[in-house]
Design a protein around this ligand. Structure first.
Ligand code: AMP
Length: 281
């Protein structure tokens, strides 16, 4: 496993691999790694000869300064986990290198940013787009792996990637969960013991509601989720939306889309958790 901190060094190393016709898989992360991230590395091993994992806590995608300040950081632990997952190349860029060259001030997301995270985290997707754009430009991957946990982010990257010149294929990876159903997240380590006990209610409630979906209209299901979740100590729903999996258009009626997804953001104490569940036709 090689660790690079410098843009020019990783670029020249990767171009030597491209000359040998090696396929490059890329896994962008913000560190504080867990098995969800490592699953992306596993998927990269299946399709690519060499994988690159970046670790960069990107300040421009945090709309809340205290979230950025409290975001967990553990480079040493991350490198150990990556080594045991047989990751090949780790890239740990500096902020000044990522933002050294001009990037668009405002990306066009084709309307995909008009709901959910886009509404509640203004500027978030622009920050995500900037860092992914710059990282793709440095790494020029054949495949880039993104988790379905951040479903709206994945849709936005797929959209942007169509107009980028890097010939990268985006590979979605299903959500990896703890045994009790809680979606793995770097933010979970900020939960107190009591909060951690109730956090799995988010996914459990989604599963239970989907089981009884025929009993509800779209609006009733959303209301029922809020009513169950907001009664649980520490939990408070920020949003629940049911959207078309491709266009992210909000559904008013179950017949508005064939493949749908329920996306939620719920505060567990001070920690904001997101999750989703697909409803396929
Ligand atoms: P982050 O470090 O939170 O920016 O996440 C880096 C990548 O890992 C993103 O593509 C996430 O969607 C993905 N990811 C995070 N948590 C999970 C999970 N529980 N299952 C699958 N992918 C995940």
């Amino acid at each position: 496993m090689e660790v690079f901190y410098n843009v020019d060094e990783i670029k020249s190393y990767l171009s030597s691999l491209v000359l040998k016709d090696q396929k490059i898989g890329f896994v962008p992360t913000m560190g504080a790694l867990h098995d969800g991230h490592l699953q992306l590395v596993k998927e990269a091993h299946k399709l690519d000869d060499i994988n690159v994992v970046s670790i960069f806590v990107n300040p421009t995608q945090f709309n809340n300064p205290s979230d950025l300040k409290n975001y967990p950081r553990d480079l040493e632990g991350d490198l150990k986990k990556l080594k045991s997952a047989s990751a090949n190349i780790i890239f740990v860029p500096k902020e000044k290198d990522i933002y050294a060259l001009p990037l668009p001030d405002q990306y066009n997301f084709g309307g995909l940013d008009k709901c959910m995270e886009g509404t509640f985290r203004p500027g978030h997707f622009n920050g995500v787009a900037m860092v992914v754009h710059r990282l793709f430009d440095i790494i020029r991957p054949n495949h880039a792996y993104f988790g379905e946990k951040d479903f709206q982010q994945l849709a936005i990257i797929q959209y942007l990637n169509q107009s980028w010149p890097y010939q990268t294929k985006i590979i979605p990876v299903p959500i990896v969960r703890e045994i009790d159903g809680l979606a793995m997240s770097s933010r979970n380590m900020r939960l107190s013991d009591e909060e951690r006990k109730v956090a799995p209610m988010i996914y459990k409630t989604l599963v239970e509601l989907i089981d009884k979906i025929r009993q509800y209209s779209v609006q009733q299901l959303k209301a029922e989720f809020v009513s169950i979740i907001d009664k649980v100590p520490f939990l408070k729903t920020e949003y629940i939306e049911i959207v078309d999996q491709t266009t992210l258009q909000l559904l008013k009626d179950w017949n508005d889309a064939s493949d749908k997804i329920i996306c939620v953001a719920v505060f567990c104490g001070e920690v904001r958790l997101i999750d989703n569940i697909k409803i396929n036709s």
